[in-house]
Design a binder for this molecule. Structure first.
Ligand code: ATP
Length: 362
């Protein structure tokens, strides 16, 4: 079996009493992938991760690692290792004993396991702290100990549950880069649970967006951002205006939708409609100020909020039946022609900037 094995989740369901936490999800994570399970609180990310790890029973379906079905195997026999949010380090043990712990459980002689633990501490650049206790380390160092402890079993896949959430924002960004570097150099599969879209975008080769126990989209970060599959994904990833309306016309590859008590919006769409409603997404950074002469896409609204963000300025505009249409301008474009709250502002976009999302059926 190759070191980096594919993880195959086949129609996996998790039921706790009357709650279905994960509903018949199927997902293939290729070996050597950095995969982020992303979604809001309660969507089933942790349950999914814990089922891969074997810390949670699988109500139905199967999990395969490489060519081995691991559904009914205990965690220690799966070839996976888990790093917990709280790091779960033993406070009374020094770093060597913390890192060597699982080897001790496997019955490895003391000298051998200490050598291996020291090697692992060296990999994490922690050898100078080998005799310290976890409380004598910074948050970032504790995280590296937890990583060393998980990796010492030589796993085919490392499972990480919100590994950066205990760190301050500065350290979070630094440790994020270290995680990515580590995964690239080890070449093993990482499955990382997060509710931060920014974290997932920065780290993942494969983002799996979950909502209410199901997978909304599984794709590389750029695809998830540029072609969100559903209205939920577009809203959750942010930086998109999602417009929902009734289809009033759809022919020759042009679809028109009407927003309740508002205007109509046009999208180029050659698919066959299966419902009478549709969701469109327009990226906030693709909207321009002005009137589009050639295609007439846009509307004039009233500025309701202005947020300065340093490199950019975010404007919220109400109009056309929408009360929170957002546009993101580069700071120099905004300050070249600043606008004020309450001012009328014409907005426009190109036809390629309108994405048709998975239609909702009512
Ligand atoms: N042991 C349990 N018993 C009963 N219900 C549970 C249990 N664990 C999780 N749940 C429920 O299952 C659903 C999914 O929970 P899960 O922890 O997998 O979500 P999550 O996406 O990881 O959320 P968070 O980001 O808040 O950790 C939630 O509705 C949760 O309340």
């Amino acid at each position: 079996m190759s070191k980096a094995s594919e993880i195959d989740i086949a129609s996996v369901t998790k039921v706790y009493g009357t709650t279905t936490a994960v509903e018949a999800i199927s997902l293939k994570i290729p070996g050597g992938t950095y995969c982020c399970l992303l979604g809001p609180s309660g969507c089933g990310k942790t349950s999914t991760l814990r089922m891969i790890a074997g810390h949670e029973t699988i109500s139905s379906g199967d999990v395969r690692l490489g060519n081995m079905v691991v559904t009914d195997l205990p965690p220690a026999r799966r070839g996976t290792a888990m790093m917990f949010q709280s790091y779960a380090l033993f406070p009374h043990l020094d770093l060597v004993d913390n890192v060597a712990f699982s080897l001790k459980m496997k019955g490895m002689p003391k000298a051998e396991r200490r050598t291996k633990a020291l090697e692992m501490l060296q990999l994490m650049e922690l050898q100078a702290y080998a005799t310290r206790k976890p409380a004598q380390l910074s948050g970032g160092q504790q995280q590296r100990v937890a990583l060393a402890r998980a990796l010492i079993t030589n796993p085919q896949a490392l499972l990480l549950d919100e590994p950066l959430s205990a760190l301050d924002p500065f350290l979070k960004v630094r440790m994020r880069a270290e995680l990515k570097k580590l995964q690239t150099s080890l070449g093993i599969t990482f499955v990382h649970v997060t509710h931060s879209q920014e974290e997932a975008m920065a780290l993942a080769d494969l983002i799996v967006v979950m909502n209410d126990g199901r997978i909304e989209q599984a794709a590389p970060p750029r695809t998830v951002f540029e072609q969100p599959a559903t209205a939920f994904v577009a809203r959750f990833m942010g930086d998109h205006n999602v417009i929902s309306g009734r289809i009033t016309d759809h022919r020759d590859g042009v679809m028109t939708i009407a927003v309740p008590q508002g205007s109509t919006f046009v999208a180029h769409d050659t698919s066959t409609p299966f419902s009478d409603t549709a969701d469109l997404a327009i990226r906030t950074d693709r909207v321009r100020i002005g009137i589009e002469q050639t295609n007439g896409l846009g509307f004039t609204g009233s500025v309701s909020n202005i947020e300065y963000r340093g490199a950019s300025v975010k404007l919220t505009v109400a109009g056309a039946g929408l009360d929170d249409f957002t546009i993101l301008l580069r700071d120099r474009d905004f300050f070249a022609n600043p606008v004020r709250v309450g001012e009328a502002l014409p907005l426009c976009w190109g036809k390629e900037d309108v994405i048709v999302l998975g239609r909702t059926q009512h």
